[in-house]
Ligand binder design. Structure first.
Ligand SMILES: NC(=O)c1ccc[n+]([C@@H]2O[C@H](COP(=O)([O-])OP(=O)(O)OC[C@H]3O[C@@H](n4cnc5c(N)ncnc54)[C@H](OP(=O)(O)O)[C@@H]3O)[C@@H](O)[C@H]2O)c1
Length: 423
């Protein structure tokens, strides 16, 4: 099976290395002999970690896609364009596509599936969500007969690393981020990770596959972790919770709600034990009950391992003269997050004035948000009020926070965390 590889960076380079080192064993075990026929990169002068066969490297990605030497295309370029156009061309030419590109799948997944289905070839993207963890194939195939109710995961290793350092070492957000950057877990510009955008793209893909609807990254309600303080995490710990950035998709009455936000996870929940840069996805279904898939959600080699599995599958199907079962994505009926309910944790920094508590309590009461407990941390103008609510509606909670922001006695409204298990 002659492979055209688009991109030879972190992930593409690792795939080329893996095919070189494991190709013979893969051929023996699966009957599929993989050969890298062409590789497209942007800069031909760059040094490559992978040893590539002579003459395969080019800076013309279109030529790789259209080459008669290429039977299957693997994309590790990233971003929507030119990846989208290149892969649509490959599919139209009857070449199966394997991709690691979450951004593309979250923006144009439905269009890509339609093109693959029209051409009768595979479009596989296990590597695009949670790196080396098998997730898409279990959702699409093993759980095809299952009525799933909720899929909830830690799908961004960078933020999980930062939150773990804050919880275990008492590090500030800034120090934990700087350490993640030093170790190469976080980019110099960490926006996509810490603002939840990377997790939102993955949440859109997971929700579409789990609940069978067209869902794009823009449909995902998204909050990141920048506002979380070491004090929030320490307080959550005292109450028996760990703070995690979660991607959550669930279906109630045929409508799907998809969101990414930091949450308080009970220490007894399996997701609470997922530390450092590891990822895990917790799946709940009516017949199967609870499942959890855990592993390396990123990194060149784990991601290349997922690509290699897809490649073997695509090669098998191509030789058999067809494609595996493609998802059929209807129009998803989305449930706005403001209809969701949860218990909430929130903090308010207040001035040292008489009547502060009445004003704050007045704002919560006006919106039917009832307080389960309140603790004061610090004194005078340093005072922070920490609240846990009874179960409330998101819309009411947000309206309460808006009111609080407008009170003269409130200096700052801090972190908002939903409590998992309280919905
Ligand atoms: N890194 C991870 O841990 C991880 C995990 C899961 C999924 N992914 C996904 O995998 C994809 C690749 O990530 P990466 O970390 O490997 O990125 P990367 O190291 O930046 O590699 C990108 C590669 O694409 C090449 N490229 C960019 N534009 C091109 C163009 N127009 N034509 C031909 N080649 C082009 C680059 O060429 P040059 O080398 O010449 O610059 C480079 O080789 C992304 O979609 C990412 O979201 C990554």
């Amino acid at each position: 099976m002659r492979v055209g590889l688009l991109g030879c960076g972190n992930v593409g380079g690792a795939l080329a290395q893996l095919i070189a080192s494991e190709g013979a064993s893969v051929a023996e075990r699966t009957g599929v002999h993989l050969e890298i026929a062409r590789v497209a990169v942007r800069d031909l002068s760059k040094a490559r970690s992978a040893v590539l066969p002579d003459g395969v490297l080019t800076d013309d990605a279109e030529a790789v896609v259209s080459s008669p030497d290429v039977e299957v295309v693997v994309e590790t370029i990233g971003g929507v364009e030119p990846a989208r156009t290149l892969l649509l061309d490959a599919l139209k030419a009857g070449k199966p596509v394997v991709s690691a590109n979450k951004e593309l799948m979250a923006a144009a997944g439905a269009e890509m599936f339609e093109a693959a289905s029209a051409a009768g070839v595979d479009l596989l993207f296990e590597a695009a969500v949670a790196g080396g963890i098998p997730l898409i194939r279990p959702l699409r195939e093993s759980l095809a007969g299952e009525r799933l109710t909720r899929v909830m995961g830690i799908v961004n290793g960078t933020t999980n690393y930062i939150l773990t350092r804050m919880a275990e070492d008492g590090a500030s957000y800034e120090d934990a981020l700087a350490e993640a950057q030093r170790l190469g877990y976080a980019e110099p510009d960490p926006t996509a990770d810490v603002d939840g955008l990377d997790a939102a793209a993955k949440a859109a893909i997971i929700a579409g596959i789990a609940f069978g609807g067209k869902i794009v990254a823009g449909d995902v309600y998204t909050e990141g972790i920048r506002a979380i303080t070491a004090r929030d995490i320490a307080f959550a710990n005292q109450l028996g919770y760990v703070v995690k950035l979660l991607a959550i998709a669930d279906q109630v009455d045929g409508r799907v709600a998809v969101r990414v936000h930091p949450a308080m996870v009970p220490k007894t929940h399996p997701l609470a034990s997922v530390r450092d840069s590891f990822n895990a996805v917790f799946i709940e279904g009516e017949a199967v009950g609870e499942l959890m898939l855990y592993g390396r959600g990123a990194g060149g080699m784990p991601t290349a391992s997922a690509l290699l599995g897809d490649l073997v599958d695509a090669a098998h199907n191509l030789r058999a003269g067809g494609a595996g079962r493609a998802p059929t994505l209807g129009q998803a009926r989305l449930r706005p997050v403001d209809e969701l309910t949860a218990q909430y944790y929130f903090t308010v920094d207040v001035l040292d004035r008489p009547g502060v508590l009445e004003q704050v309590a007045g704002a919560t009461a006006r919106h039917d948000v009832s307080i389960q407990s309140m603790v004061q941390d610090g004194l005078g103008d340093e005072a922070r009020l920490i609240f846990i609510t009874h179960t409330a509606r998101e819309r009411d909670m947000q309206a309460t926070l808006d009111d609080l922001r407008h009170l003269d006695v409130v200096e700052r409204v801090g972190t908002l965390l939903r409590v998992i298990g309280s919905e």
